[in-house]
Structure formats: structure tokens, C-alpha cells
Design a protein around this ligand. Structure first.
Ligand code: 0A1
Ligand code: ZN
Length: 880
């Protein structure tokens, strides 16, 4: 909080949770859809909660925002509640213990550009109720621990809304006067209001079916705008594989005769798990070889799975309150990661997951927005759909899996599903299932949910040649984070193995007396020593195998040891880790001026790895050098002030050195990994394209190298978007008239496909070689693009902010443009604006002049009239 700013919004605290006073037995809703004046009638049966807190009284307090109350009654008697901008209140004095509330409200979906509640996207009505959007639809106890069954009647214009959808099962349909019609839906599964959904519009469907293990025939429907029907095959295939996988891996079957997915253009997030009616951002459903990249296909597979898996972890068992968000999200991310690891290469997936975790979650932990996986307070819950809650939350579940083993993990989850089906739960409930099945005391482990920050694990090795004993001394320390000065030691699964000096795997006898390739040590104390026997000579330790815990490791491997691990470690994760370690050391040396040239050890090791061959997807990852943001973060972690120009120079030097050393092997990789014939999104084909395009990307850094010719040929001949976009990106980086001609040709071909336009926007502003600010401004001035659409805005303004060199231009011009755009968006869509503003979270890494410019830019966002609660919370936390 800035000293001159009194808190403008109040915080909600976990410690202040009390149970709902009124429970809901059933809800019936009728929507008379109209863009400017939709009428919502509700009939809600309330019953006094026997478990309410006495101090809370018995007043009926309902959430409601942006609603016009037309009428209200209790058991047929008209009432006049006290209404304010947050909701309404009726005195409990005259209320019976059970009653029927009826109300009619009016809302204006066409004016709703915040995309919460009921809104219109491209002519289609749709809803987004998580976390607190239902209160913008009608008055209701809008909290996840109030679960009930819903019957919904949707009335709309038959011409503009031939399709009327809601949760659950189809009921009666029929005609109404004035060209209108209706459809009734009933969802028999009690659910919290945040899982309510309604969709209406001119939609086309793709049908399929799935028969569950118990023999229930489930109709599968994907609903899209006319013209997009041919882009749904991969989403449908992913859905069927997800359903099967959840039966096999978790024993979870689907529980309704219908499962629907709808794709909408305007959506703040990726997708939403509404019961039986998942709503997706189009970018996570629609794919064709010509328009979607391999990365898009992989994301569709993973998010389709994620939302489907929520049916059990989130919907049937939901969260007691929003502080427990990680209960559904951490667990469901872990489940979707397991699924993708099973569908593709587990090693490759793990390396990517960790890169994502470090790039987003470690960054969060290292800055002013750090918070525990289960936060203890918030102003706006939408600001806590974070990498910490999701990705670190998933790491916590993964650690439990590692600690108790796969079999006990499954028993714990089975118990969780039996014990808590139909309930709104807490992290304590979840942990208790692991305690019951594993006989472990998880008191210390539970700190992972409550303590913020990334632990530092310092390891030192001592070897005694006389006894053959190898001792690892391990110290753990978590740095202070905002509001949490003192940290306790955590319970950390720490997987280690050893290699001989010549690179053979060594199975040593561990502290438990067992001989293994990999030992999972359990760290619990600030410092402890683990003994291994059986190595006559000092071994090379391979630490934190598979990234067994979300920590930062400090071990003084020499460059030669890293090269040995890169070449020989049986743990694929640590082979990639060794490559990353060498790359960061080299980049840091250049960025700090300690070296003028890149040590050849990494370029040579990569050239060798490439010529030896192996899984192309894995080789592509080995060759993917750290980005500028990662180099900057590594310098900041050493306490150095980050100079963005020096970081750019280091990145360029690193890539140039690798491309020089491995030039022939890279050119060969480009030729050898072509994927002729019809496009297939499978992992093996995608891996080849990844290697081919990573090779091309490295070759771009060779002055007068072959990249221009290769990229031009690839751009002209590409028959899939992966190759086309990679070639165009290479051309843009190389610059000149050919680049502009290619960009123009690409736009001319794809200007009617908004998801491809997004790629075109992003690649022009995200590469350091171009004058990205000038381009961003010119693009932003175009009026053929709707900048209120979150995908469009993110593809331009978000991509610009990810351009480390240009965003951090010394004159502050990048900050000014960005802040101006975020402030503009805040007036339209606070949720997405607040999320974008987090790009400033690294401000304290830079020199005083840049800091001052960033602080001033943030101050302007905060001080603009009407700054939203969402953005206020983020920016005031950023400023500290
Ligand atoms: N529960 C969804 C993510 C989501 C969260 C909030 C939203 O609007 C504020 C929308 C979607 C998931 O985990 O996929
Ligand atoms: Zn989720």
C-alpha cells in the first residue's frame, strides 16, 4: 500500500469464514433473453442452516451486483428488501425456517464488456460465473458452499438464438409468441452457483458419443459458430481420451447423459468447467492443420482434459470458500499433467511443466505478488487465479504422490471421492485422506499450502575415499515474502542419484540401506546430512531428479560436471537441466561483463548431442536456450541489477555461439525433420517440427547464415501453421522487405480468422530485433480489430510486455505505452486489465531510473478515475 493511499477496498479473510446462514434446497430460473433488457425470474427454496454461527443472525443476505430489482416476494407475499450496490438484505425476524423466495431482475448483457455474468460475444449469449459472476445474473448466496439443483428455462428469439443451452439434461422445448421459443434444462447434481451456465445463439454442433465403463451412453456435443465445424475434431478426440483416462487412472466416470463444450470468442480465461456445459475460449477448441500450431493442439488436449477432470475434482467435490481454490485447481492441474504425460513423452512434458513453473510461478514468488498456494486474504478473488494456486498447487499434489507412492495416492483419492462426494471441502479434508491412507503425519507437509516463497536448497557433497562414503549435506531456507517474514522448514521429497566420473549410473546404498539408482530423500530439517556408500571415487551427484519439488537448487557443479550430466544422466530432466545450467552460466558471464565470449563447452556439448540423435522433441528442448526474461531472473536472484541491453547481448551471444558450433548439425536437423505428407498433431511428428524450427531459430542468429533462405523456403512451402508461423517468425527477426512481404501475405490470407490474426499480432511485437513499440502503436491504431476482445488485447499488449528488451527500453516508452493500454482496458474489462498489470511485478530488478519510470507508470494506472477493485489490488500490491 502506498502511504498516501488509504485502502479503497476491503479485504476478505480466511480466518473470518463462517458457514452460510441460509441453505438453498432448489433453484428454478427463467431467462427472457434480450440484449438490452433480459429478465431473470428466480424461485429459490431457502432453509435455515442448523450449523450456522449464532453471531451471524438470521437475516437473508443475498449477493447481487448490476441488477435492477423488479419485484420480490417471500411465500407469495411481496417484500421490499434493503438494496445496495453489493446485494440485498431482509430482516430475519419475520422469516420462517423454510420459505420460497421469488424475484425478478433486469440485466443488460449487451453492455457487459467485463465478461462476467451474462454477456454477449459475437452475437452469442454466454455466461461466466466463476468466481462471483452469478451475482450479476440474479440475487443469490453466491458462495461455493451453497450447493443446490437447478432447473432453467431459457426463452429467446428463434431467429437469432436457435440454440438454447444450460447445464444438465434437456427438458421440454416449445414455441412462444413473437417468433420466440424456449428450452428447459434440469441439472440433478447439486452445484454451487459458480458452475451455472447458459448459452444461446446461432450455433452449430459436432456430435459424438462415449460409453462409460458402467455402460452409460453419453452424447458429446461441441458447439461452435457456423463455419467452425471442421475445426473441432481434435477437441472431440481429446475429450474421449480424457473420459477414458479418468476411468482408468482414477476410476471416475461421467455422470450425465450429455456433455457439451461451447467455444466463445470473448473469454477472460482459457476455459470453464460449468457442469455438463464447459465453455471454452475459441483458442482452446478450434484447430485445423492450416490454422493451429502443435503448441495449440497440445494446449487443446490439456485444457479439454483439465475442464473434464473438474467434473470430479471441482464440481462433485467443490471448494468450501475461495481460499480453497487450489483444492480444485492444484489437483486438477496435476491430473491434466498426468494425462498429457501419458499421452505424450513424460520426460518432455515434465521439462516443459517446470519451465512454465519457473517462468511464471517462481517469478510470482520472487516479487511483490508472492502469496501462499492457499492465500489468507484477498480483495478480489479473480486476482488469485495465479500460477501459485494452479501450478505450484499441482506441484504440491505431485509431491504427495511422490511421498506416498502411486498406489497409496490412488487409495487416498478413492477415499477423497467416497468421503466428500457432494460436499464443499477444504485443504484439510484433502490432506486428511492422505493421512488416513498412508499413516503419515502431514502436519509439516501442510506448510506447502500456507507458506509462500520458493525454498532454496543448498547441497554440498563430501566423499571419503577410504570408506567409500558419500555425504550430502542439505540445507533449506525459504526467503521472506510480503506479509511472511519468518519461514519454517518444509517437508520436501528430494530425489537424488549419482554418476561415476566417466558418466555411468551408480547405484549406491542409501541412508535407508537400500541400493537404488534414485533415492527419494525426505528433507524436514533446516540442515541435515545423508550418507551413501559404495562409490570408491567421488561421484557426480544428479540432484532434484525429475524436479521432485518446486525449489531452487544450489550445488557447485563444475561446467565439466554439467557437461557430463548433459551427456549421460539417466534422468532426462537433469540432462536438460545441465544444458540450462551451462547456458545460464555463460549468459550471466556475458551480461555482467565477466566474459566477452561464450565458453565453448555448451555449444560443443549441444553439437555432439545433436549429431548423436535421439528423441527430436527432447533435443529441441536441449537446444532451447533460456530467454531474456529467464536470464534476467537468474541475475536478479544473484542480487545483481538487471541491464536489459546486456541481457539481450548475452542471449544473442549465446545463440550465436551455439549456432556457430553446431551450424552443420542444425542445418541437417532442419532438413531431416521435415514432416511431409498430411499433417498429424501426434507427439512424434510435433517433436520433429519442434527440432526443425528450434534449429531454424538458432540459425537466425548467424549473420549471413542460411536462415533467410531456409525460412523463405519453409514459409512458401509450409502446409501447416507450425511450420508457417515458425518461418514467418524467423523472417520477422531477420527483418527487411522480405519480412514485411511475408507478414502482408500472411495477413491477407488469414485476416478473417481471428485466432491466426492473434499470431500475426504477437510475432510482430514479441521479437527483440524489431522496433516493437512503433509496431505495437501502429497495430493498436487499427480499427479493423476489436481491442476489447481479451485474445486480441493479450496478443498485442501482452506480447509486447513479454518483449524484455523493448518493454524495458531505457527511456520508459515501453512502460508508458503499456500502462496507457492497461488503464484503457481497465475501464472495459477489469479482470483482464488486472492480470495484464502483473507484468510490472519485476520492477525492483532494474536500475533506479527504470524503477522510477515503472513506478510512475503504475501510479498513473492507480490514479485514473474509476480504477477497478481488481487493478487497484494488483497495482497497490506491486507498489508495496
Ligand atoms: N476454473 C477455470 C478457470 C476460470 C477461472 C475464472 C474464470 O473467470 C473469472 C474463468 C475460468 C479453470 O480452472 O479452467
Ligand atoms: Zn481449473
Amino acid at each position: 500500500m502506498r502511504p498516501d493511499t488509504a485502502p479503497r477496498h476491503t479485504a476478505i479473510r480466511l480466518a473470518e469464514y463462517t458457514p452460510p446462514v441460509w441453505l438453498v434446497e432448489s433453484v428454478a430460473l427463467t431467462f427472457a433473453l434480450d440484449p438490452a433488457a433480459t429478465r431473470v425470474s428466480s424461485e429459490i427454496v431457502f432453509a435455515l442452516n442448523p450449523d450456522r454461527a449464532a453471531a451471524d443472525g438470521t437475516d437473508l443476505v443475498l449477493d447481487g451486483e448490476m441488477l435492477t430489482l423488479v419485484s420480490a416476494s417471500i411465500d407469495g407475499e411481496a417484500v421490499t428488501p434493503a438494496v445496495d450496490s453489493k446485494g440485498l438484505r431482509l430482516s430475519g425476524e419475520t422469516l420462517p425456517e423454510r420459505f420460497t423466495w421469488r424475484a425478478e431482475v433486469e440485466i443488460a448483457p449487451e453492455e457487459n464488456k467485463a465478461l462476467e455474468g451474462l454477456y454477449i460475444s459475437n452475437g452469442m449469449y454466454c455466461t461466466q460465473c466463476e468466481a462471483e459472476g452469478f451475482r450479476k445474473i440474479t440475487y443469490f448466496p453466491d458462495r461455493p458452499d451453497v450447493m443446490t439443483t437447478y432447473t432453467v428455462r431459457v426463452e429467446g428469439d428463434r431467429a437469432t438464438c436457435p440454440v438454447l443451452l444450460s447445464n444438465g439434461e434437456r427438458g421440454e422445448t416449445g414455441e412462444l409468441p413473437d417468433g420466440r421459443h424456449f428450452a428447459v434444462w434440469h441439472d440433478p447434481h447439486p452445484k454451487p452457483a459458480y458452475l451455472f451456465a447458459l448459452v444461446a445463439g446461432d450455433l452449430k454442433k459436432i456430435d459424438d458419443r462415449f460409453v462409460t465403463a458402467s455402460g452409460m451412453d453419453v452424447a458429446l456435443e461441441i458447439w461452435v459458430r457456423p463455419g467452425d465445424e471442421d475445426k473441432c475434431d481434435y477437441a472431440m478426440d481429446s475429450l474421449k481420451r480424457s473420459m477414458k483416462w479418468d476411468e482408468e487412472a482414477y476410476g471416475r466416470e461421467y455422470d450425465l447423459p450429455l456433455f457439451m463444450v461451447v467455444a466463445v470468442d470473448d473469454f477472460n480465461m482459457g476455459a470453464m468447467e460449468n457442469k455438463g456445459l464447459n465453455i471454452f475460449n475459441t483458442r482452446l477448441v478450434l484447430a485445423s492443420p492450416e490454422t493451429a500450431t502443435d503448441a495449440n493442439y497440445a494446449a487443446i488436449e490439456s485444457v479439454i482434459a483439465h475442464e473434464y477432470f473438474h467434473n470430479w475434482t471441482g464440481n462433485r467435490i467443490t471448494c468450501r470458500d475461495w481460499f480453497q481454490l487450489c483444492l480444485k485447481e492444484g489437483l486438477t492441474v496435476f491430473r491434466d499433467q498426468q494425462f498429457s504425460e501419458d499421452m505424450r513423452s513424460a520426460d518432455v512434458l515434465r521439462i516443459k511443466e517446470v519451465a512454465n513453473l519457473r517462468g511464471r510461478q517462481f517469478r510470482e514468488d520472487a516479487g511483490p505478488l508472492a502469496h501462499p498456494v492457499r492465500p489468507e486474504e484477498y480483495i478480489e478473488i479473480n486476482n488469485f487465479y495465479t500460477a501459485t494456486v494452479y501450478e505450484k498447487g499441482a506441484e504440491v499434489v505431485r509431491m504427495l504422490h511422490t511421498l506416498v507412492g502411486p498406489q497409496t495416492y490412488r487409495e487416498a483419492l478413492d477415499l477423497y471421492f467416497v468421503r466428500h462426494d457432494g460436499q464443499a471441502c477444504t485443504i484439510e479434508d484433502f490432506a486428511a485422506c492422505f493421512e488416513a491412507t498412508s499413516d503419515r503425519d502431514l502436519t509439516q507437509f501442510r506448510r506447502w499450502w500456507s507458506q509462500a516463497g520458493t525454498p532454496r536448497i543448498r547441497v554440498r557433497m563430501a566423499h571419503d575415499a577410504a570408506t567409500g562414503e558419500t555425504a550430502l549435506t542439505v540445507t533449506q531456507k525459504t526467503p521472506a515474502t510480503p506479509g511472511q517474514a519468518d519461514k519454517e522448514p518444509l517437508h520436501i521429497p528430494f530425489a537424488v542419484g549419482f554418476l561415476s566420473a566417466s558418466g555411468e549410473a551408480l547405484a549406491l546404498d542409501g541412508p535407508d540401506g537400500e541400493r537404488r539408482d534414485t533415492h527419494v530423500l525426505e528433507l524436514t530439517r533446516p540442515s541435515e546430512t545423508f550418507l551413501f556408500t559404495g562409490a570408491p571415487e567421488a561421484p557426480v551427484p544428479s540432484l532434484l531428479r525429475g524436479f521432485s519439488a518446486p525449489v531452487i537448487l544450489d550445488y557447485p557443479h563444475t561446467d565439466a560436471e554439467k557437461a557430463l550430466l548433459l551427456a549421460h544422466d539417466s534422468d532426462a530432466f537433469n540432462r536438460a537441466e545441465a544444458s540450462r545450467g551451462l547456458a545460464l552460466t555463460a549468459a550471466q558471464a556475458i551480461a555482467t561483463g565477466e566474459a566477452d565470449t561464450v565458453d565453448p563447452i555448451l555449444p560443443d556439448a549441444l553439437a555432439t548431442a545433436l549429431s548423436r540423435g535421439g528423441d527430436p522433441a527432447f533435443l529441441a528442448l536441449l537446444l532451447t536456450t533460456p530467454g531474456q526474461e529467464e536470464i534476467a531472473a537468474s541475475l536478479a536472484a544473484q542480487g545483481r541489477t538487471v541491464d536489459p541491453d546486456a541481457v539481450y547481448a548475452a542471449k544473442t551471444a549465446l545463440d550465436t555461439a551455439i549456432a556457430t558450433a553446431a551450424k552443420d548439425a542444425l542445418i541437417a536437423a532442419w532438413h531431416d525433420n521435415a514432416t511431409p505428407g498430411p499433417y498429424s498433431p501426434d507427439a512424434a511428428s510435433a517433436g520433429k517440427r519442434a527440432l526443425k524450427n528450434t534449429a531454424l531459430g538458432l540459425l537466425v542468429s548467424l549473420p549471413d547464415g542460411p536462415a533467410r533462405a531456409l525460412a523463405s523456403a519453409q514459409f512458401d512451402e509450409a502446409r501447416n501453421m507450425t511450420d508457417s508461423a515458425a518461418a514467418l517468425m524467423a523472417l520477422v527477426r531477420l527483418g527487411g522487405p522480405a519480412a514485411q512481404a511475408a507478414l502482408d501475405a500472411f495477413h491477407a490470407r488469414w485476416k478473417h480468422d481471428p485466432l491466426v490474426v492473434d499470431k500475426w499480432l504477437a510475432m510482430q511485437v514479441a521479437v527483440p530485433e524489431v522496433d516493437a513499440l512503433e509496431r505495437a502503436k501502429a497495430l493498436r491504431a487499427r480499427d479493423d480489430i476489436d481491442w476489447r476482445n481479451p485474445n486480441r488485447f493479450r496478443s498485442l499488449v501482452g506480447a509486447f510486455a513479454s518483449n524484455h528488451r523493448r518493454f524495458h527500453a531505457a527511456d520508459g516508452s515501453g512502460y508508458d505505452f503499456f500502462a496507457e493500454q492497461v488503464a484503457w482496458l481497465d475501464g472495459v474489462n477489469p479482470q483482464t486489465a488486472a492480470r495484464m498489470a502483473t507484468a510490472f511485478d519485476t520492477w525492483s530488478r532494474y536500475d533506479e531510473a527504470r524503477r522510477e519510470k515503472m513506478r510512475a507508470a503504475m501510479g498513473r494506472i492507480l490514479d485514473q478515475p474509476g480504477c477497478s477493485r481488481d487493478t487497484y489490488e494488483i497495482v497497490s500490491r506491486l507498489l508495496g
